[in-house]
Each structure stands twice: as structure tokens, then as C-alpha cells.
Design a protein around this ligand. Structure first.
Ligand SMILES: [Zn+2]
Ligand SMILES: [Zn+2]
Length: 449
């Protein structure tokens, strides 16, 4: 008997090693010889073969074990499921397979009280994060728990997946989570207690991209954490100078999405991407201005405004935005069909920091005819017989500019012309805030914890 136990131990060991390295034949042979092995776990961590295969991305082994009706939600010593380990290690095919096999996405481990969504966000595996979110949208979780609640699920310390992604410098995950309704101002303190917001944690992590995304979604630069610090002071403390400059409450406010859940989330993907680019570009202009004269320079891949004009052939008046007379129309309002540029669309819909005390959000209307906006889509190019064959590709780039600033306002459509003036003023908001935000050396002295 003693000898038999020793053999079983060897087989176990062999099974775990084969699962780790994806040796399907060996795993099958071992399980055929001794089916009980399938229930064995490692001695200390109590990983099952499924845990090991999932963590190592061995999709064939994972599939085979699930086919042998191994339960997908086995728990190891820390109550982690194979799905959590797959999400932690970015094993997208295993994540999908486990979800397909009915793995529960709403399990909490015992070490930090985290879900698979927390793991994907923390380790920055945006593909796994997406897969889990789409599973949440269609699974029983949405029905029983609510999708928005799942996106904002808290770990044992009150951190949402957004907190973790911001802290770990994972801008892509930050973006996806915000896009899916993560609360930008969630505090780890929970109800009635102050805690850290995602912006505090991004300030600590020092990722400019995370800070940018959070600010564009309306993160509050003045919210205080449990120590009474605003994100700006956290960035200074951790010596993230450029981040601090953006977080400095005295620097210009960034543009933010309007009521993101109600309006922008209903946009079609193409128009949304275009508007997002325009917004981030406008904020980048604003950043350049904030960081001007400081020691921090941004690695800026964006175009220079000067010089691009020369490469662009004449644009007909019909394509030019009748609000700013500066950019090409790239966005079309439906159902009325009026067109304007992405920048003007943003100026129409966006406002600087939303006022939380003012709960009523007025849906924007078409600036030309004042009809309500059913949908925003990417505008089709009106002028088909254009000289430049590349023209169609470049119109949507929002980089086209034109110096001529004359256009008959009445061409824009009847009614509402009184609103043109104010809109035009807002129109080229790339210039907004220019000069109003100064990062001064005095602010460095504020941090005296
Ligand atoms: Zn415009
Ligand atoms: Zn209209």
C-alpha cells in the first residue's frame, strides 16, 4: 500500500507538470490509468490540474478537463477559481473557454476579496477584461446583480476594478471600464466615508494616460482621500511632476464627456471613436499649454497644426463646418442630417466638470434646426468628384484645417441662428483655456504633509 501511495504521488506530480506544459497525451494517459487523479490538488496551494492549465494558457488541457466534467469553479487555497488565474495571466482563450463552460464570474477570492474582473484590470489584460464584461452583460449576473453593479464590484478594501487599473497604470483597461459604466469618482471608503478615488490611485501610479482618461470622464480634481489629500498632492508626493501639473486644480479644466451613460454610450462605434479622438486631442493641446514652461515635456505623437494645411487640396464650402469654419464636417446629426466637425460636436455636448448638485442633464439638440439628436454618425463625404483621390480617407481625420473663414451662415439651415454666435465661440475649443492654466513654481510648495 505504501508503495501505491508513493506511485499516486508521482502520478499527481506528473499530471500537474503535464498540465502546466500542455502535454495532452500524458494528461490523458494518466487520467485513464487513474481517474481519481482528476480531483487531486497540489499540496500547498491546492491548485487543481484545471487551475494549472488555465494559469498557463493550456487551452487543450483546459478543454479536455472541462469535457471530462471537471467543474469550472474549483477553488484553490485562496479561493481563487481557474478563471481568476487565467484572467491574472492574460490567458484569453482559457478565459473564454471557462466562461463558455459556465464559470461563475462573480466569485470572490479569500486573500483580497477580488473577482476575475479585478484580476484582469489589475494585470492590465484588456482582452480578458472585455471577455468578462461581455459575459456579464449576457449572463445571469446582469439579471441578478445588475451590470453596472458588477462593473463597479468592490474588493475587500473597497477598490473597484477601475481603482486597480488606475493604480497599476493600465490605461487601456481604465478606458474600457469607464466606457462600460465604471464610476469615475467611486471612493474606496464606501458610503459616508472618505477614501481614494481612481484619480488618487492614478496620481500615485503616475500614469499620464490613466489620468487623462479619468479627467476626460469627469474625475474630480478636488475630491479628498481619507488623509484629506487631493490627487494633485498625491502625485507631488510620489514625484510624478507632469501628472501633478495636470492635476493641479489651478490649471485649466479638461473637457469631459457629457453624461456618458445616457448619451455617448449610445453612439455608434465609428462616431464615438472619432469624437473620443477629437476630445483627447483637444485635451492634449490643453496639456501642452499647462506643461509649457515646466520641466515636463510630453511625448506627443500628434500632428503639428502648421504645415498640414499645405498638403491639403481645396475643400469645398459644403464640407466645411458652418459653426467654426475651420474644420471639415465629420459628424452628421440624425435624423435631420445636419453636419458639423467633431470638435464642434464635442463643444456642443461637452461641458467642463459636471456639477454633481445639478442632476438634470439637458440633452443637446442640433445647433442648426434644434431638433433632438437621435444619433450621431460619421458624415459621408458630400463632394464625390474631388481632385484628391486620398481625400475620402483623410476627411475623417479631423486634422484638416482651412484658413479661409467665410461661409454664409444662412446656408447652414433655418432657425436657431442666434445660437451660432455662442457656439462659434465654443467651437474651436482647442483654444479654450489657453493661457488660463498656469503651472507655477509656487504650487510646488503646497505639499507639506
Ligand atoms: Zn466646427
Ligand atoms: Zn439639424
Amino acid at each position: 500500500m505504501g508503495q501505491g501511495l508513493g506511485c499516486t504521488a508521482n502520478y499527481e506530480q506528473g499530471l500537474f507538470i503535464a498540465a502546466q506544459f500542455g502535454d495532452l497525451e500524458t494528461v490523458e494517459a494518466l487520467l485513464e490509468r487513474d481517474p481519481i487523479l482528476i480531483h487531486q490538488t497540489t499540496v500547498y496551494d491546492r491548485h487543481s490540474a484545471l487551475h494549472i492549465a488555465a494559469a498557463n494558457g493550456q487551452i487543450e488541457i483546459v478543454s479536455m478537463l472541462l469535457d471530462k466534467s471537471v467543474k469550472p469553479d474549483l477553488l484553490n487555497r485562496n479561493k481563487q477559481t481557474p478563471l481568476m488565474l487565467a484572467a491574472m495571466h492574460g490567458r484569453i482563450s482559457c478565459v473564454k473557454k471557462l466562461i463558455e463552460a459556465g464559470a461563475n464570474i462573480l466569485m470572490f477570492d479569500s486573500s483580497h476579496g477580488r473577482t476575475c474582473l479585478h484580476y484582469a484590470a489589475y494585470y492590465g489584460h484588456s482582452d480578458c477584461l472585455q471577455a468578462i464584461l461581455s459575459a456579464a452583460r449576457t449572463s445571469h449576473v446582469a439579471a441578478s446583480w445588475g451590470y453596472a453593479r458588477f462593473v463597479n464590484v468592490r474588493d475587500g478594501k473597497g477598490a473597484t476594478p477601475l481603482h486597480l487599473a488606475a493604480r497599476q497604470r493600465k490605461p487601456e483597461c481604465v478606458h474600457i471600464l469607464l466606457d462600460n459604466g465604471a464610476l469615475v469618482c467611486a471612493s474606496t471608503g464606501g458610503y459616508g466615508f472618505s477614501g481614494s478615488t481612481p484619480l488618487h490611485l492614478a496620481a500615485r501610479g503616475g500614469s499620464l494616460d490613466c489620468i487623462r482618461a479619468l479627467l476626460a470622464w469627469g474625475a474630480d480634481r478636488l475630491q479628498r482621500d481619507q488623509s484629506g489629500r487631493i490627487p494633485y498632492l498625491v502625485a507631488l508626493k510620489h514625484k510624478h511632476g507632469a501628472c501633478a501639473a495636470l492635476l493641479n486644480p489651478s490649471s485649466a479644466e479638461p473637457l469631459v464627456w457629457p453624461s456618458p451613460l445616457k448619451f455617448i454610450s449610445e453612439l455608434n462605434a465609428e462616431a464615438k471613436a472619432l469624437l473620443e479622438n477629437a476630445l483627447m486631442e483637444a485635451n492634449r493641446d490643453r496639456e501642452k499649454n499647462i506643461l509649457k514652461g515646466t520641466a515636463y515635456t510630453l511625448p506627443s505623437p500628434s500632428h503639428s497644426d502648421v504645415g498640414t494645411d499645405d498638403n491639403i487640396s481645396e475643400i469645398s464650402d459644403t464640407e466645411l463646418c458652418c459653426i467654426c469654419f475651420d474644420q471639415v464636417c465629420t459628424i452628421e446629426v440624425q435624423d435631420c442630417g445636419h453636419q458639423m466637425c467633431a470638435q464642434c460636436t464635442l463643444a456642443l455636448c461637452c461641458h467642463n466638470k459636471p456639477n454633481p448638485t445639478n442632476a438634470s442633464i439637458i440633452a443637446p439638440v442640433c445647433p442648426f434646426c434644434r431638433s433632438s439628436i437621435a444619433q450621431l454618425v460619421v458624415a459621408k463625404v458630400k463632394n464625390a468628384n474631388h481632385n484628391d483621390p486620398d481625400h475620402h480617407d483623410t476627411t475623417a481625420s479631423s486634422k484638416l484645417r482651412r484658413s479661409r473663414r467665410s461661409c454664409n451662415l444662412s446656408d447652414g439651415g433655418g432657425g436657431g441662428s442666434s445660437s451660432f454666435k455662442s457656439l462659434s465661440a465654443m467651437g474651436s475649443f482647442g483654444k479654450m483655456g489657453r493661457g488660463s492654466g498656469r503651472f507655477t513654481a509656487e504650487n510646488e510648495l503646497v505639499d507639506k504633509p
